[in-house]
Design a protein around this ligand. Sequence first.
Ligand SMILES: Nc1nc2c(ncn2[C@@H]2O[C@H](COP(=O)(O)OP(=O)(O)OP(=O)(O)O)[C@@H](O)[C@H]2O)c(=O)[nH]1
Ligand SMILES: [Mg+2]
Length: 238
Amino acid sequence: MITGEDVNTVEITPSASNGSITTPARPSSANGTPTARVTSAGQDGKRSFQWKIPRPAMNKLAAPLPDYIRMKIISIGGAGVGKSCLIKRYCEERFVNKYISTIGVDYGVKQINIDGREIKVDFWDLAGGADYLEVRNEFYKDTLGVCLVFDVNSRRSFEQLESLLREAERYGCENPAIIIFANKIDMKKRVVSDKDGREWAASKGFPYFETSASTFTGVKDAFECLFRLVLQGVHEKD
Ligand SMILES: Nc1nc2c(ncn2[C@@H]2O[C@H](COP(=O)(O)OP(=O)(O)OP(=O)(O)O)[C@@H](O)[C@H]2O)c(=O)[nH]1
Ligand SMILES: [Mg+2]
């Protein structure tokens, strides 16, 4: 049994009390055997042994928490609205002008630091085309955060958001944090106004960001808002 409270030592009481005291097994993180010694004999006749434990290993024993958080983020939105470009812009700080439709799903991981917390973000970038429904369905589970993207130059892509949300929910996307990316605001043929976008987002309770993967406008703020919302959810569950 490990009972140590000192940060440098642990006390180990052998469970057998048949009169013959044997040195208990050394914890794998303890320093070598010479540091073992009988330190006390309790009223029940049991004796305890003390092992020197290096501080980092001791911390591990006391709080076996990973030193980073892992979060699964997915992108949802119609074909061509700019999901892959937004993720690429955030992760690699570059913009691809050519439209290369995602085939089913793309995956990438990025390590970031938000408010002093190390986070590994798993990005699952889903294809928006109707043909890929069967592929998308496999990736909704265990999602913590959603980039819900539409193109402000396409009313259809805005109206599609409701049905895409229903699809995600139907296939196991449960209570994720959701951020709206009203994308491609750099283009001049806008048909969904800032006001319409914000009102719809507010009606759903989702934070709303006007973005451009091309000019980088709003992209970093939107992603960081999403990560913070996810972190809040993680802490609330603790
Ligand atoms: N002007 C402009 N073009 C953009 C922007 N974001 C994306 N695009 C362009 O829009 C096209 C589609 O972008 P993608 O990121 O591939 O779109 P997607 O949503 O991932 O599409 P699917 O993978 O087919 O679902 C590309 O030609 C991009 O260059 C933007 O903010 N401004
Ligand atoms: Mg894509």
